[in-house]
Design a protein around this ligand. Structure first.
Ligand SMILES: O=c1[nH]c(=O)c2[nH]c(=O)[nH]c2[nH]1
Length: 282
C-alpha cells in the first residue's frame, strides 16, 4: 500500500509546531518569577503513510504538540534545556510512530525591577536551548542569540593578505561590534543548567571585553575557549559573529578632525566570522 510511484521516494522529513509562545508565572512566593519562552517542536519517525497517501494514523497533530507544551508547563518549566528534554522524551517515549524529537526553546530574558515587576531591554538577546532525543540519550545544547557586544578600542586589523582588489586600510584602533550567536553542546549533564548557562554567558562577555583583538577570528577563539573553561560539561562551542562594521566618518570637508569620535554604523554587507572551538581529548 503506501508505496510511492516508481522513481520517487520520500527523503528526510519532520513536522512540528513552531513559535509556541509561553509565559509561566511562578507564584510560589510573593516574589514571583517568570519564564518567557518560545518553543519549537519537530518530530520524525514512521511517517511515510501520511506523505504518500494521507493516512494520518501515525501523525500526532502539531496542535497536540502545542497543547502538550502548555500542559507540561503547568507545574513550572525550569531551565529551558530541561524543559526541552522533558518534552522531547515524552513525544518519542509515548508515540509509537515517532522515533526522533527535536525541541528548541528560546527564552526572552526579563530583568527584575520588583517582586512582581520586570523590564525587557531592547537588545533582543535570547537564550537558546535544544534537546534532540531518539530513544537513547538526549543531546542537549544551550546558547545565546543576538547578544550585542561592542568594544570602543583594543581592536586592530592589519597584516592581512593584499591583492589587486584590496583597498581596506590597516587599522590599529577600531570599534569591534558583533551580535553573538553561540551554541555549546553538553557532553554530560551539568548540576544545574541555569548555573552553567550563567557561567558560560559571563565567560563569553568577559572574554569579548578583555581580549585585545587583532581579528574577530582571534576574538572568536578566545570566547569559545573561555566558555569551555567555565563550563567543564561543554564539549564544544559554535560561534557565529557578524562583524558590525563602524566606519570613521570623514569630517575634513567640514574643517573638522575625527579622533575616533564619529562613526557610521554599517549595515550591509557585513563580515561573518564563524567557527567551532572544541575540547581536545586528553
Ligand atoms: O576581524 C576581521 N577579520 C576579517 O577577516 C576581516 N576582513 C575585513 O575586511 N575586516 C575584518 N576584520
Amino acid at each position: 500500500m503506501n508505496a510511492p510511484e516508481p522513481g520517487f521516494t520520500l527523503g528526510p522529513n519532520s513536522y512540528g509546531k513552531s513559535g509556541i509562545r509561553l509565559v509561566h508565572v511562578d507564584r510560589a512566593t510573593a516574589r514571583h518569577a517568570i519564564r518567557d519562552l518560545t518553543v519549537h517542536t519537530a518530530l520524525a519517525g514512521d511517517l511515510d503513510a501520511t506523505h504518500y497517501t494521507g493516512d494520518n494514523a501515525g501523525v500526532l497533530p502539531t496542535d497536540t504538540q502545542k497543547n502538550t507544551v502548555y500542559a507540561f508547563a503547568r507545574d513550572g518549566v525550569g531551565a529551558p534545556e530541561a524543559f526541552a528534554e522533558r518534552l522531547a522524551r515524552h513525544f518519542v517515549d509515548t508515540t509509537p510512530s515517532i522515533t526522533h524529537a527535536r525541541v528548541r526553546v528560546e527564552e526572552h530574558p526579563w530583568t527584575r525591577i520588583g517582586d512582581h515587576s520586570f523590564a525587557r531591554g531592547d537588545g533582543g538577546e535570547i537564550r537558546t536551548a535544544e534537546a534532540a532525543y531518539d530513544g537513547g540519550t538526549a543531546a542537549v545544547t544551550a546558547g545565546v542569540r543576538d547578544l550585542l557586544l561592542l568594544n570602543t578600542t583594543d581592536s586592530e586589523f592589519s597584516g592581512f593578505l593584499a591583492d589587486e582588489y584590496t583597498t581596506l586600510p590597516e587599522t590599529d584602533d577600531r570599534i569591534l561590534a558583533t551580535a553573538v550567536t553561540a551554541t555549546w553542546a553538553y557532553a554530560t549533564v551539568p548540576a544545574a543548567y541555569d548555573t552553567a548557562f550563567d557561567a558560560a554567558r559571563t565567560a563569553l562577555a568577559a572574554a569579548f571585553a578583555d581580549t585585545y583583538s587583532l581579528s574577530l577570528q582571534q576574538t572568536l577563539y578566545a570566547v569559545g575557549e573561555r566558555i569551555l573553561k567555565a563550563v567543564p560539561e561543554a564539549r564544544d562551542v559554535r560561534l557565529s559573529l557578524p562583524n558590525r562594521h563602524h566606519y570613521l566618518v570623514d569630517l575634513a570637508p567640514f574643517g573638522l578632525d575625527n579622533p575616533g569620535a564619529v562613526f557610521q554604523a554599517g549595515d550591509l554587507p557585513y563580515g561573518l566570522i564563524e567557527g567551532t572551538v572544541r575540547r581536545e581529548a586528553a
